[in-house]
Ligand binder design. Sequence first.
Ligand code: GLC
Ligand code: CA
Length: 556
Amino acid sequence: MEQYDFRRMSIYQIWVRSFCDGNGDGIGDLYGVYDKLDYIASLGVDAIWFSPIYPSPNADFGYDVSDYRAIHPDYGTMEQFQRVLHRAHELGLKVLLDLVINHTSDQHPWFLESRKGADNPYSDYYFWRDPVIRRKGNKPPNNWSSQFAGSAWEYAPERRQYYLHLFSKNQPDLNMDNPRVREEIKDIMRFWLDMGVDGFREDVITYISKREGLPNGLPWLPVVNGMHHYKDGPNLLRYLAEFRAVARKYGAVQIGEAPMTGVKRALRYVCGEDRVLDMLIQFQPMMADCFLTEYLHHAFSLRKLKRAFSRWQYGLAGRGWNALYLENHDHPRIVSRYGSARYWRESATALAASYIFQQGCPFVYQGQEIGMTNIRLNSIEQYLDVASQNLYHMFHKNEPQEKRMQRIHVSSRDSARTPVQWSGAPNAGFTTAAEPWFYVNQNYPNINVERQEREPDSILNFYRAALALRKGNETLLRGDYREYHRHSGTHYLYERTLGGERILVAISFAHHPIRIRLPEPWRDQSPALLLSNYPDPAPGALRPYEAQVWKMRPKH
Ligand code: GLC
Ligand code: CA
């Protein structure tokens, strides 16, 4: 089947547990999603990506799947999912599911069988290796570390072997080299595609092929030791091509999550008619205030952010298509990271303009459209994310406790997982239950959807205006990208051009007014304003976090 034109889409991401509780038990669900579909459509997006909604023991909140063909009872039933799917389609929204197949839950029936011994049909569904025998006790088969800190191996006494888990010990890695495992994955894909799902976001898909022999990683790496032996691994392209053949039959779209992948490598996946993925979720724009992971925090660098943006804009130009995002369920809230508390509205809208008008598909993560901010909990016990827990307990163990809590405050994924703030009602209108499943950010009386619906210049309405502008403008959709003033530490300036049309996006990241010298073709012009986050903008003059989008008027 022919593929739909995904390049025009913008995509809204739902992490359902915290989106909206429809049945009053304190947990977000598909009833709440159903009720909010009109709201989602009102944003002007074209698709929804659901983070995992399958049964899961929630060791990693859905990214540990125990049944790939069902709906988590907390979120509703299969019938309810089909209602959501049907209504979304009526509203013109595509539906993408999260395909989490690098690993399963340790409670998945495959793993429960596999760990029993080396002689059942599921024995080779995972990576099992013997311990390395040492006089002082047994050691894991290699020195790889988990993405969530600690060893990537866990001993299973029943089988007297270790199993590999690149994430938590409750997420054993599937052995994709086993052809039967790949057939299972294809069946799962068909199951959802037959139901009418429009494609997948594929979780850490670039990790699924491990180097043969599982050799040791470089011992001195502080985090993710061993990564170069499984990231973009030897058989990855071959496996992806097999999955692609299934997706192609349905015209489905595939978006691959690719941590630490650079442009050069990305081009192998996303170019041309025979590409194996349509877009990559790459991580470079997430590293403008940290090193490799948010846990290793440093001050925000606008230059670093712009370098990341432009590297991908130029790198994929004419060849691939970018996935554009500043938030998802794995990263703290962007306005708390790259924006400003003092200029909260201005910086949240400036950040929106910084990425939505680049070439690619913009993603908006639930709550981002109202400028939700990070949460700050007092003790580590209050944090629920396994990554935060592990990092706190296993990494930088010798640092004082306050320092480690500070690292959690700036890095925790839980900041993106607080309930969406719908209104000023108790619990932000997220639930009618007395207690929501997780802490509501106490700034909800000020930051909520209902209030921003009423305010014409709210962050919410800016997102709507920005997405509508992009959608209706061929230059913003397809035009070439060019950056100016790339060394500036105060502003981000880029142009989009198509045929004779030129659009200029100017964004200040400064706390004081600045003047910028416009690029040559824009001097002595009185361009037409397309969008701004301040009243009465003037080209070349930017107030704190001012964002301006200009179109050059045709010459007479
Ligand atoms: C991806 C997911 C993240 C999860 C990890 C393991 O990075 O986005 O939430 O923890 O994979 O599945
Ligand atoms: Ca519920």
